[in-house]
Design a protein around this ligand. Structure first.
Ligand code: FVH
Length: 279
């Protein structure tokens, strides 16, 4: 083996990963299905493998970052001799099905420009000996956060965190639609929105304890109060002809919980409705 690490897949993310390894002084072998993406990495000092199989036999750690699991299955060598660190996005079920000895799954919680920044994080789970062996190498990409031996946990947390991102972004866009309808600008409103995210982060830290305990005291604000306030959000959206589907969703959850007799509980009580829906 002539390299420290091999990178399979040189899309936007794979190229950023390979470049970060090179910047840290590692010997890197690269492979990509479409050859044109290999040249910029070779110019930075990477060795180009002539096949995916050759790449997988060139280094003790192979980092894969392709479109999806079916794409990875097409190129994966069952006789891969080293550690496979799979940074391809997938479901927890796909990660658990793919896992074997020396398999580490990862969830990248940044975009390509954030690779190499220690403020960024990558979630890992899977074979713990393999993770410990590869940890120093992986540290050059972002702060490695080890979630333990369950190979599905990194993908589960990754997906859950992305859910928070989409909910937050869409909530902010709805709010921006609301304020811009009356002539304000998103840029004037947004500093207040980002400031508000601080208290909201505090609320969820408090509610995490309640979720784990299954007890949801309305000691900060009751569902009765939330419901009355959500009426205003639905109304303000409808008057401005802004899609009210999102506030109506929140409103209907609050109403359901209140009708079930939980009006004096807090917002964390809604998790019971989310769970019931999934069952
Ligand atoms: N870009 C991002 O910000 C996100 C951050 C979080 C993690 N994702 C995941 O990373 C995987 C790759 O994403 P990407 O952004 O690098 O995507 P592309 O630039 O489109 O590159 C895709 C690479 O996959 C190769 N590929 C596709 N199909 C096949 C196949 N059948 N066999 C072999 N390789 C395949 C593709 O090759 P080519 O089209 O250049 O020949 C690229 O190398 C992904 O799971 C994200 O969810 C990124």
């Amino acid at each position: 083996m002539h390299s420290d690490v091999a990178v399979l897949g040189l899309g936007q993310m794979g190229s950023a990963l390979a470049a970060a390894f090179l910047r840290a002084g590692h010997r890197v072998t690269v492979w990509n299905r479409t050859e044109a993406k290999v040249a910029p990495l070779v110019a930075q000092g990477a060795h180009a493998a002539t096949s995916a199989q050759e790449a997988q036999h060139s280094a003790p750690v192979v980092v894969a970052c392709v479109l999806d699991y079916p794409a990875l299955a097409e190129i994966l060598d069952p006789a891969l001799p080293g550690i496979l660190v799979n940074l391809t996005s997938g479901s927890p079920e796909q990660a658990r099905a793919m896992a074997g000895p020396r398999y580490v799954d990862g969830g990248i919680m940044t975009t390509p420009p954030g690779i190499g920044d220690q403020g960024s994080m990558i979630l890992y789970s899977g074979d713990q000996d393999a993770f410990e062996t590869a940890k120093d190498l992986l540290s050059v990409l972002a702060e490695p956060v080890n979630l333990g031996a369950d190979p599905g946990l990194a993908a589960l947390y990754d997906t859950a965190l992305l859910g928070i991102m989409w909910a937050t972004l869409t909530g902010w866009l709805h709010a921006s639609a609301l304020v811009t309808a009356d002539g304000a600008t998103a840029q004037h409103f947004t500093p207040l929105a980002t400031r508000w995210l601080g208290p909201v982060a505090g609320f969820i830290s408090t509610y995490a304890e309640q979720v784990d305990a299954g007890d949801y005291p309305g000691s900060d604000a009751t569902l009765d109060v939330h419901l009355a306030t959500l009426d205003h959000l639905v109304h303000a959206s409808e008057v401005r002809k802004i899609d009210a589907a999102l506030p109506r969703l929140f409103h209907d959850y609050a109403q359901k919980a209140v009708e079930a007799g939980h009006g004096t509980d807090g917002w964390a009580r809604i998790i019971e409705l989310l769970r019931a829906k999934a069952a």
